[in-house]
Every structure is written in structure tokens, then in C-alpha cells.
Design a binder for this molecule. Structure first.
Ligand SMILES: *Cc1c(COP(=O)(O)O)cnc(C)c1O
Length: 298
């Protein structure tokens, strides 16, 4: 996608009391600023899939839940690139569509709702069954080698030599795999946002290329805050405080948990003095629309 190839990475150095006390530098890759609706990392994870689909002149089919950032990003990217697309949505059609579904529909994605049991079988809707050769399938959440490679393309544009650590939130682990593949000497730290996501290490490892397999990565599982898309009053208070200190807004599903974890880790001495951490702000801010008004101060 042209827009992505032209994107110039924006990295901001931030100061917080806890990082200053730990004598650790925190820099943030501001992918949240790429687009107001489409989460930063999704753009990049999709870029190679979209390119392949275009080359093969196929329509796009993908999968996700009613709140999936991947669904809305795919819908938007396909509209931009004039590619017809369909989304299989997990669960019966809700009476009130989420902001995500409304946006995906408005961008022209055909939405097909299927029961949770049927979804597990990754069903194909009738138009695809009739002409399977016309459709290009992007796995749920953009998980796959092309997704990791698209994200690595972005990281390779950055001069990362001075960083000791790269950090990101991990859902499917695709973005994290891209970071590991693109890393040189950095240790990559992933914060799992799902509870008991025991398969995450192997999900990341499965997308590593030959160079990626030689690098160090570490996934931390204790910062999910109750599970996927769950929030605690502590998390919300942290997000407000972090915004006050740094001016950076975060979302409660991914990046709020990432920065909360990084601040706790810095306070515990996880990062040796003098470390330089580059954290990926992967966007997702539109997810905050599902919070009650006034809960966040930004
Ligand atoms: C999807 C998403 C992630 C997780 O990316 P994975 O590649 O699935 O691990 C992180 N942050 C935001 C904002 C996202 O939308």
C-alpha cells in the first residue's frame, strides 16, 4: 500500500518519574498517529497480504470478533485499494453493532455473522464457496508470515542500533515476530494481553525466519489485567496518569497494558541501568470508544 511505503516512522522520547529513577530511556514508536481509525500495527501487518491479493487479482476474506481492530483495518485498507472484501464475524449478529462493525460496514466490507461453534471451523460464506479461486484469505488477526514480514519492513526503516530492548503488546504475536525478525542485538519483550495464552511463545517462534530464530525474545504473562479486553481501575488510573506525564494516549486492550507493564518492570529493575527501550505504540485508540464517557481524561 502506497500510504505505508511512504510512512516515515515517528519516535518520541518520553520522561516518566519511574523510568528516570531507573535510569532507563523510554522511546515510543507512535504508530497510533498513522490513522485515527486504523490501528497502527494493523496497517503494516496487512501490507504484504494486500499486495499479494492485488497481484493475484483476488478479493479478500478475513476473520475476527465484533471488536476486532484487524477487521476494521482490513475493511479500510481494502476500500483504499479498491479490493472487494468480506469479513466472517464470530458470534450472532448483535442488535447494536459495535463501533468496529459499523466502521467496517461503512468501509464496504460484507459482514457475515456465524455462531461461535461454526466460527471455530473457519467457515466460508456462500460467495466464496461458489468461486473459491477468486478469494484471498487473510488469517484471523492477520496472523502469519506475511503479517510478521509486513511489520518487520517497518522496523527495518528505523535506526534501532542504539536500543537495548524492543517492546510491544502481543495478541496473536504477529507484530512481535516481526520485531524479533527485524531486531539485531535487541532483546524483544512482549506483553501478553490474554490470560493464560500458553501457546504464544510457539505462535511467535513459528513466524521467525532463520535470523529471527537466533535472537532473544521474552514474553511476560502477568500483565493481562484479568484477561483480553478486561480492565481494572488500576489500569484506567495508570492510563490517565501516563497521559498526564507524557501526553501519550493509550488504549485499554493493548497499549495501556503494555506501558503499565513497562513502568512496573522499570520500577522493579527489570531493565539494567542505561538501557534504551523502544516501545511500539500500536494504536487501538478507537477501542476506547466502548468505555463510558468520562472514564478517561483524554
Ligand atoms: C492487534 C493489536 C495488537 C496485537 O498485535 P498482534 O500482532 O496480534 O500480536 C497490539 N496492539 C493493538 C493496538 C492492536 O490493535
Amino acid at each position: 500500500m502506497k500510504v505505508i511505503q511512504e510512512y516515515v516512522p515517528v519516535i518520541e522520547s518520553v520522561t516518566t518519574d519511574v523510568f528516570a529513577a531507573a535510569q532507563v530511556q523510554l522511546d515510543v514508536l507512535r504508530l497510533d498517529q498513522v490513522h485515527p481509525v486504523v490501528s497502527g500495527n494493523k496497517w503494516f501487518k496487512l501490507s504484504r497480504y494486500i499486495h499479494d491479493a492485488q497481484q493475484q487479482r483476488k478479493k479478500i476474506l478475513t476473520y475476527g470478533g465484533a471488536y476486532s481492530n484487524h477487521i476494521v483495518a482490513t475493511a479500510f485498507a481494502c476500500q483504499r485499494m479498491n479490493i472487494p472484501c468480506a469479513g466472517i464475524i464470530r458470534g450472532e449478529e448483535p442488535r447494536n453493532w459495535s463501533h468496529t462493525l459499523q466502521a467496517a460496514g461503512a468501509y464496504g466490507m460484507q459482514l457475515h455473522f456465524v455462531s461461535r461453534e461454526a466460527y471455530r471451523g473457519q467457515p466460508v460464506p456462500p460467495p466464496v464457496r461458489e468461486e473459491p479461486e477468486n478469494w484471498y484469505i487473510i488469517p484471523e488477526g492477520g496472523y502469519g508470515i506475511a503479517g510478521a514480514a509486513g511489520f518487520a519492513d517497518l522496523i527495518l526503516k528505523i535506526d534501532g542500533a542504539s536500543y537495548s530492548h524492543f517492546a510491544c503488546a502481543a495478541g496473536t504475536g504477529t507484530m512481535m515476530s516481526g520485531l524479533v525478525n527485524a531486531a539485531t542485538t535487541q532483546t524483544v519483550v512482549g506483553i501478553s494481553v490474554l490470560r493464560n495464552h500458553t501457546g504464544l511463545e510457539s505462535a511467535v517462534a513459528n513466524l521467525l525466519d532463520a535470523r529471527g530464530k537466533e535472537k532473544a525474545f521474552r514474553i511476560l504473562h502477568q500483565f493481562h489485567g484479568g484477561g483480553y479486553a478486561r480492565k481494572t481501575t488500576e489500569l484506567i488510573a495508570f492510563m490517565n496518569q501516563f497521559h498526564l506525564e507524557t501526553g501519550i494516549p493509550t488504549d485499554f486492550v493493548y497499549t495501556g497494558k503494555l506501558f503499565h507493564a513497562l513502568c512496573i518492570l522499570a520500577g522493579e529493575g527489570f531493565f539494567p541501568q542505561g538501557s534504551r527501550v523502544l516501545a511500539v505504540h500500536s494504536g487501538g485508540l478507537q477501542g476506547n470508544l466502548s468505555l463510558p464517557p468520562g472514564m478517561l481524561a483524554f
